[in-house]
Design a protein around this ligand. Sequence first.
Ligand code: AKG
Length: 290
Amino acid sequence: MAKPRNSRFPSRKSSSSTTTLMLTALIMFTFVILVLLALGILSMPSGSGGSRKANDLSSIVRNTVETSEGEEDRAEQWVEVISWEPRASVYHNFLSKKECEYLIDLAKPHMQKSTVVDSETGKSKDSRVRTSSGTFLARGRDKIIRDIEKRIADFTFLPAEQGEGLQVLHYEPGQKYEPHYDYFMDEFNTKNGGQRMATVLMYLSDVEEGGETVFPAAKGNISSVSWWNELSECGKKGLSVKPKMGDALLFWSMNPDATLDSSSLHGGCPVIKGNKWSSTKWIRVNEYKI
Ligand SMILES: O=C(O)CCC(=O)C(=O)O
């Protein structure tokens, strides 16, 4: 039987070549998309809504810069590890000048002679070991303090809820804090929050001479710090940090295995010239209830 001349149905051959063409186009399109993704020209939408890549350290740096926006007086920030025994590092320009002045102004009307903890009874007592004056600022009491406490949590990787209130300290010439541990040897003081595991000490002023924070039991080369030649006689008796307005010193009173670190012994050298203002944040192993 003869084939009709103009069939209304496409032949089997022409339909299979259309399918081949479409498949080839699809493969080429997929290939181009994969190449663009590999080159980073295209990116997949992320669940968090941002275009930031996971594990991209440059995004953390950008984050820090974004946080500091609008704070014209904040100088360059960087973290310097100064010791492994005890574990200690300095975060340069952690606080802005405005924040330092704010904390001093807030604390000034409430300063009282500092006390120490009696290791027998766990109660506070007057002592010649610590001759500064100080006061506590309640945790989370206002926006500026909450911002600082959030920054401390980011720096230490420890939640703000584990921190005690900020203690502001003032040392006049001749005033000091003899070497001591921040951890407790009594049960009374560990009832709320458990042991103190880390301390962040923020310097709210420069000190012309003396006033260093000294770690007399630190292991390692104590003279390797860049400020060695500026240290007082007391400061040269151990690893020392010279107070600089805005800098924060973080050190750990506990080892990673939760034992107490005896190399964290530290003190405040006598101020020789000028005034020293600082603020301490003690961080516990559990939530510290306020
Ligand atoms: O003032 C210093 O440098 C040390 C302060 C201190 O040891 C403390 O507050 O526990």
